[in-house]
Design a protein around this ligand. Structure first.
Ligand code: NA7
Length: 549
């Protein structure tokens, strides 16, 4: 669209669940508005479009992950597994788009590179890779929390002659198991993605070897996936209202709530009984259903970690390997806990080798593979980087921002709104100097059960857009005081949580990204229930904290 044409009323970037949900609500409630979605991929789905690596699946309960507003689809759609695989989830998202005819508004294969605020016209001008311009009055970022992949900076990596890729850029032409036959595979990274990939690759009997490069051992616990029978699906459908109410009442948006008792207030038998019960059940209860002080009290966390360490020892035959797989530098649950289906048993396979990068870090890459500090060359045909993402702010960094007074959003520049990746927001929905820009799953929103957070944020954004429409406002921006107050509140909520004392994407640390070595508070750590109440109070008070014009 050329710049002389009428601007869009709303431009959305990203056609993952956030973008789809926001688009749907705007189409429903502001039907006369012109709206466009720009998406880098060639299909909808976001996370579930990009992450096609083998073994990719939910490790949170699928039934609590759906869009709760589409009551009809809830009744129509039959899930086949308690924790759905990536293809099934992508099919669900595609179905939502087709049912609501959302694809008509989405432009695929387009990556936005820059954003310029035009104060006199009160519009944003976005430019894509090809230099095409998109003018819009309002803009909703649906860029995703984990959408900007990061690769390890290993000296000489460009010399490696084998295949190398990030898990979220899995080559469409690479089939497992066929293309893995007789191959020496390497995986760097043991987060949720690495754990799923390693488990799946280790099951391919025809591989020559699988070498896991582990820097930080990660706690993980059994997923215990099951098929959903037609009878169970029928029952689930009859309980959806109750199920979403349970999610709404939970601080994390999941079906699980912590046991209100404290770890040391019960006998050892009672403690073990709860832990064993949770361990034997499917899903996140073993992370979220534990005693209420597990992630705030060091003794409680140590006791639970010891319980989990013993489980690993039992499952891994070689005690030296088991010892390396048990985290020593952080307790259970202080990073996002991956749920697995045979991860620890993978190390009982003689073809699977563990390289402990804490003892022998990477020295360099060669044509043939990776050399560690003990001088050993690990020869590889395929190197899979499960090395995570520039989380929360990464996708924002990939765009060059010129906000009000030409301010950058995020860069090394001290004038940047989020200088040094230190995010500041109002309700996690807006930030200063970026007028008319709203965020779904922006920094300072609760993440927890992601679709529950998305639905709420999309609703708040819609309320704000309608407020502008109803009052004839073409300009909205939070005040500095409101941003400072909200940011201070977000920091205050994070106090006392042991999770915030550990390096991980949850605390904004990524060793592969300049300026992200220090921990920060980039997500809302309080209860999602309280967060929603605060948003509602703000709305009832006439959106106090926002300037409209
Ligand atoms: P994560 O959880 O950020 O894990 C990334 C992994 O990659 C982690 O084990 C890292 O080790 C490792 N890593 C990253 N960079 C390097 C370098 N340079 N060298 C060696 N190892 C490295 O990402 P995931 O994709 O697994 O999961 C992200 C979320 O997606 C997950 O939490 C779920 O919510 C779904 P480190 O721990 O930094 O030492």
């Amino acid at each position: 669209m050329g710049s002389i044409e009428r601007p869009y009323d709303v431009l959305i970037i990203g056609a993952g669940l956030s973008g789809i949900c926001t688009l749907h609500h705007i189409r429903q409630e502001l039907p006369s508005w012109s709206v466009k979605v720009i998406e880098a991929g060639d299909n909808v789905g976001g996370t579930w479009y990009w992450n096609r690596y083998p073994g990719a699946r939910f490790d949170s309960e699928t039934i609590s992950y759906q869009l709760s507003w589409d009551k009809e689809l809830l009744q129509e759609w039959d899930w086949t597994e308690t924790f759905a695989s990536q293809p099934e989830t992508l099919r669900y998202i595609e179905r939502v788009c087709d049912k609501h005819k959302l694809r008509d508004y989405i432009q695929f294969n387009t990556r936005i590179r820059s954003a310029h605020w035009q104060e006199d016209e009160r519009t944003w001008i976005f430019r894509d890779d090809a230099g095409e311009e998109y003018r819009t009055r309002f803009f909703v970022s649906c860029l995703g929390v984990l959408s900007s992949p990061t690769l390890p900076a290993i000296p000489g990596i460009e010399n490696f002659k084998g295949e190398l890729f990030h898990t979220s850029r899995w080559p469409k032409s690479l089939d497992i198991p066929q293309d893995f036959a007789q191959k020496r595979i390497g995986v760097i990274g043991t987060g949720a993605t690495g754990i799923q990939t390693i488990t799946e690759v280790s099951k391919v009997s025809s591989i020559e070897s699988l070498t896991v490069f582990q820097r930080t051992a990660n706690w993980a616990a059994p997923l215990r996936n099951t098929r959903i029978t037609p009878a169970r699906m029928k029952k689930i459908k009859s309980e959806y209202n109750h199920l979403f109410q349970r999610c709404a009442a939970s601080p994390t948006g999941f079906l699980h709530q912590a046991d209100p008792r404290k770890t040391c207030d019960v006998t050892q038998e009672e403690r073990l009984a709860l832990w064993e019960k949770l361990y034997s059940e499917p899903g996140f209860g073993k992370w979220l259903g534990v005693f209420s002080d597990t992630y705030t009290d060091r003794t409680a966390n140590r006791l639970y970690s010891e319980f989990m360490a013993e489980k690993i020892r039992v499952r891994v035959k070689d005690p030296r390997i088991a010892d390396q797989l048990i985290p020593k530098d952080h307790g259970f649950g202080l990073r996002r806990v991956p749920l697995e289906s045979g991860y620890f048993e993978a190390y009982n396979n003689p073809k699977v080798h563990l390289v402990n990068l804490r003892e022998t870090p990477f020295q360099k890459a060669t044509e043939r593979g990776l050399v560690t500090s003990d001088g050993k060359e690990h020869e590889l045909d395929i190197l899979i980087c499960a090395t995570g993402f520039n989380a929360i702010t990464g996708a924002f960094s990939d765009i060059e921002w010129h906000g009000r007074d030409n301010r950058p959003l995020i860069s090394g520049d001290s004038n940047a709104v989020w200088a040094g990746h230190k995010t500041k927001t109002f309700l996690g929905i807006m930030t200063q100097s970026m007028p008319n820009m709203f965020m779904v799953l922006g920094p300072h929103q609760p993440f927890g059960n992601i679709p529950r957070s998305i639905e709420h944020a999309a609703e708040v954004v819609l309320q704000l857009l309608k407020f502008c429409e109803d009052n004839g406002y073409s300009y909205v921006e939070p005040t500095k005081a409101a941003v400072d107050k909200w940011t201070a509140h977000v920091f205050a909520c994070s106090e006392g949580s042991l999770i915030n004392e550990i390096d991980s994407w949850l605390t904004g640390v990524n060793t592969n990204v300049d300026g992200k070595q220090e921990r920060t508070v980039a997500r809302y750590c309080g209860s999602a229930v309280e967060y929603r109440n605060l948003c509602q109070q703000c709305r009832i008070a006439g959106w106090k904290g926002l300037n409209f014009a």
